[in-house]
Design a protein around this ligand. Structure first.
Ligand code: A2P
Length: 320
C-alpha cells in the first residue's frame, strides 16, 4: 500500500493501524485480524479495558510462530486500564497484558486515562492518583524490556506537561479522539513541538454514534456524519475515493497516525487503501475548515452526554 511510518520515540509506527475497541467476539475479531494481517496491516491497537488482548495474542502468535510475519515488523499497542493507574499496579498490569498477548514486549504502552477508577456500590467512581508515581513505573517497564516506548491516552496538554517535567523517559505518544470534526489543533501543535506522535482514535468520527444515542434514548443530540458530509462528498468524488478514505487521508497527510476500527473485509481494505493519492492544498484547507471544536468530541458525549456536553472539558480531572 506504500505504508507511511512515523517516528515514535525512535521506533517506526505504521501511520495506519487497526483499532479493536468494542470487538470482543472471538470469531469476529480473529477473522478481522487474519484479514488485516493478510492485506498488510502491521499496527494493532488494543487495551486491557477492551477485554480482547487474549484474542489478539492468539492470532499474532499464530502469525509469528508460523513465520508469516516477524515480530519486529509488527507494532502492538496496549494500555494500562484506569483500575490500574496506581504506581504499585503498573508492572503486574503490563505483565498480565503480555501474557494474554503472548508477547515478550509491546511496542507502545499507554496510560489509558489520566484518572484511576473503581466501582463503589455498583457505580463508577474516579480517584485522584499519583500520575508522577505511575510514570516512574511506566519508565521501569521500558528499562525491563516489556515496552519499547510509553505514552498517554486521553490526556490534555496540562497533564502531559506535568509528566514531561519529571520524565527520565519522555512520553513518545499521545492517543486521543481526533477526526475532521474534532481536529485537536492545539494538542497537535503541542505534540509536534514536543516530539510526540499523535494517534487518532475514532478517525471516522464514529459513524453509527447517532444510532448509539438513540439506543440510549438520547434524542437531544444528533451528530453530523463525516460519511455524509457534502464537503467530504465532493472531495471524495474528485479523487474517486470514499468519504472514509478522505477522512483518513486528511489525518495521514497531517502527519498523524489513524487507527480506524473495522471487522468488515471490504472496509478493512478501503481504510488502508489511502496511500496512492494526495489531497491538494485546497482540499486540505476545506477539510481543516470542517473542525467543529469541542462540540464534536464524541467520546465525552457518550459518557457524560447530553446535559453537560457544552461545558465539559474531558478529561474530567484536570487538576490531578
Ligand atoms: P465495521 O466494523 O462494520 O466496518 P471509528 O474508528 O471512527 O470509531 O469508526 C468505527 C466504526 O466505523 C465501526 O462501526 C465500523 O464498522 C465503521 N467503519 C469502519 N470503516 C468504515 C468505512 N470505511 N466506511 C464506513 N464505516 C466504517
Amino acid at each position: 500500500w506504500g505504508m507511511e511510518y512515523r517516528n515514535n520515540g525512535g521506533y517506526k509506527i505504521p501511520a495506519l493501524g487497526l483499532g479493536t475497541y468494542t470487538v470482543t467476539n472471538e470469531t469476529e475479531l480473529t477473522s478481522a485480524l487474519d484479514e488485516a494481517l493478510r492485506i498488510g496491516y502491521r499496527h494493532i491497537d488494543t487495551a486491557s479495558r477492551y477485554k480482547n488482548e487474549h484474542i489478539v495474542g492468539k492470532v499474532l502468535n499464530e502469525w509469528i510462530s508460523s513465520g508469516k510475519v516477524k515480530r519486529e515488523d509488527l507494532f502492538v499497542t496496549t494500555k494500562l486500564a484506569s483500575a490500574d493507574v496506581f504506581p504499585d499496579r503498573v508492572e503486574n498490569a503490563l505483565k498480565s497484558s503480555l501474557l494474554k498477548l503472548r508477547l515478550d514486549y509491546v511496542d507502545l504502552y499507554l496510560i489509558h486515562f489520566p484518572v484511576a477508577t473503581g466501582v463503589e456500590n455498583g457505580a463508577d467512581v474516579a480517584y485522584p492518583t499519583d500520575l508522577v508515581g505511575v510514570w516512574r513505573k511506566m519508565e521501569e517497564q521500558v528499562e525491563a524490556g516489556r515496552a519499547k516506548t510509553i505514552g498517554v491516552s486521553n490526556f490534555n496538554i496540562t497533564q502531559i506537561s506535568r509528566i514531561k517535567k519529571i520524565a527520565k523517559i519522555q512520553p513518545a505518544n499521545v492517543q486521543v479522539e481526533m477526526h475532521l470534526y474534532f481536529q485537536q489543533k492545539e494538542l497537535r501543535n503541542f505534540a509536534n513541538e514536543n516530539n510526540l506522535t499523535v494517534v487518532a482514535y475514532s478517525p471516522l468520527g464514529t459513524p453509527g454514534v447517532n444510532k448509539y444515542f438513540l439506543s440510549k434514548n438520547i434524542t437531544q443530540v444528533k451528530l453530523p456524519d463525516i460519511l455524509h458530509d457534502e464537503v467530504v462528498d465532493k472531495i471524495a468524488q474528485k479523487h474517486k475515493k470514499t468519504n472514509a478514505q478522505i477522512a483518513l487521508r486528511f489525518i495521514i497527510q497531517s502527519g498523524l497516525v489513524a487507527i480506524p476500527k473495522s471487522t468488515n473485509p471490504k472496509r478493512l481494505r478501503e481504510n488502508i487503501d489511502i496511500f496512492d493519492f494526495s489531497l491538494d492544498d485546497e482540499d486540505m484547507q476545506k477539510l481543516a475548515d470542517l473542525d467543529k471544536g469541542k462540540k464534536a468530541k464524541i467520546f465525552t458525549m457518550q459518557y457524560i452526554a447530553p446535559n453537560i456536553v457544552e461545558n465539559s472539558e474531558y478529561p474530567f480531572h484536570d487538576n490531578i
